[in-house]
Design a protein around this ligand. Sequence first.
Ligand SMILES: Cc1cc2nc3c(=O)[nH]c(=O)nc-3n(C[C@H](O)[C@H](O)[C@H](O)COP(=O)(O)OP(=O)(O)OC[C@H]3O[C@@H](n4cnc5c(N)ncnc54)[C@H](O)[C@@H]3O)c2cc1C
Length: 551
Amino acid sequence: MDEMTFDLVVVGSGTGLLAALTAAEEGLSVLVVEKSEHVGGSTALSGGGFWIPGNSVLREAGAVDSEERIRAYLRAVTKGEVDEERWGSHVTYGPAAVDLMRRRTPLRFSFMREYADYFPELPGGSPGGRAVEPAPFNAKALGADRALLKPPALKAPFPMPITSSGYKWLNLAARDLRGVRQGARGLGMGVGGMLVGREYVTLGQALVAGLLAGVRRMGISLWTRSPLKDLLVERGRVVGVVVSRDGVDTVVRVERGVILAAGGFERNAEMKHRYQSEHLDTAWTLGNEHNTGEVIEIAQAHGADLAFMNESWWFPALPIPGPMPGSLLAERSLPGSIMVNGAGRRFMNEAVNYMTAGQVILGLHKEDDPHIPAWLVFDQRFRNRYLFGGALMPRQALPKAWYDAGVAVKADTVPALAAAVGLPELPATVERFNLLARQGHDDDFGRGESAYDRYYGDPKVTPNPCLGVIDSGPFYAVKVVPGDLGTCGGIRADGFARALRADGSVIEGLYATGNAAGNAFGRVYPGPGATVGQGLSYGYVAAKHAAGTLG
Ligand SMILES: Cc1cc2nc3c(=O)[nH]c(=O)nc-3n(C[C@H](O)[C@H](O)[C@H](O)COP(=O)(O)OP(=O)(O)OC[C@H]3O[C@@H](n4cnc5c(N)ncnc54)[C@H](O)[C@@H]3O)c2cc1C
């Protein structure tokens, strides 16, 4: 077996890249090992936004905040399920992680103005938002490394870089000039860039491209196609890793530690069924196909305790044929749609954040009262106005494949739709919902009352941008399942991201960050970018701790 030594090994090349940058800035020799042939994992597939309150980008954009408010908010959302010692590090050190990224990578960032916290009405919550996203990044600047960047799940047919903030408006392009301008700006940048030899990428593609550029600048070693196989443990301390490098088992010893940043187990059906629910299907996840959870199990085999294994970053999805499910985000907030259960009854405020929506669907599902699948019901007016499922332009017909797969059903009247799908209560539900929509107030579930709901609403619809009647045929129903953006249960870690045993003792030399760790926020997604955000902040904390400059 080959053998070599580094100060620190980072396992996984998503948010783990920031841990590597941090350690390198501390003067440590660092090796990143990545299982797949690409760099970036789910982080590269993501929106790339991060929720790290109080950071310098937010301050420079004039977003007023205070540590007291941020802590009050996290105290309220975590409901005592996680110690402040654990989540408090995100508040204390997250802003420094952002500064390091600004210092050590070519990335630029902007404030996602008005993208509210997911519970903005709780104490300390922010309706104006605390999330930041990367500016478009020229991927050609990576040179030969461009080929390493994990490709996005859906490739646009023409170059049109759109940011998350831009998506909100693009979604409304058929309704609002700001959407048209957004599309034109994206197209101009994409095509214009191409003409001068640039390739602008956005979202998680931009974030990972920029982090990778930083990793190269700092001379950090990076091995792709090199999955972790085991940890080397001596006298209770992790002193190295065994990785399979191009099929050859290689021992890498470490002087300071190992950071496990290998993502979750969203692609492992057995683990999802064991820890979460037998009703779940791994085809419903939007996460990286290599996130199969073996790293969590390796840590467990060496004594690590696990936390929140029954939780994911749930995300209601369309189980359409193909490699990825369709995503449902603004579709649940925009006027003219409702979500119903197997009886055809509304059961929630459809516009709540996606993690809560998934928890509600899973929590209510029973054999004799099915909520999996739920159904999103809308009319032709809704279809004419907005994008749909992450793929369809306004007015574009739903693909035949969706009907053939039984994912979509269409009918001329609501009773006919109810009969075709088998949703007996649907006609009464739509009648009731239309009454609520006309009065502009959802007395049943409060849709549109939160600033979060309204972020993805239609500002042209008043008084409630999330409510609109469903009365313009034909009518549609599409299946909704509890998909996810990845799992968020994993290795139990403390405020320094150190892996813990069940008795609370620390496994020296072992750290867990991102989705390989138990969610620092418990069962909650506090705001847009909270998952990439904690991957970055705890990566920073772990690397600094391993370097001996923190804690
Ligand atoms: C479509 C989509 C949109 C999203 N949008 C957002 C957003 O805007 N903001 C946000 O905060 N979150 C978002 N998320 C969630 C977020 O992307 C993830 O939760 C986060 O990126 C996870 O980061 P990570 O570093 O833990 O894992 P990853 O980024 O998945 O990185 C883990 C890496 O480890 C590698 N790996 C796995 N096993 C091994 C092994 N045995 N050895 C070595 N390497 C291994 C994987 O191949 C992968 O490259 C989104 C997710 C998706 C899918």
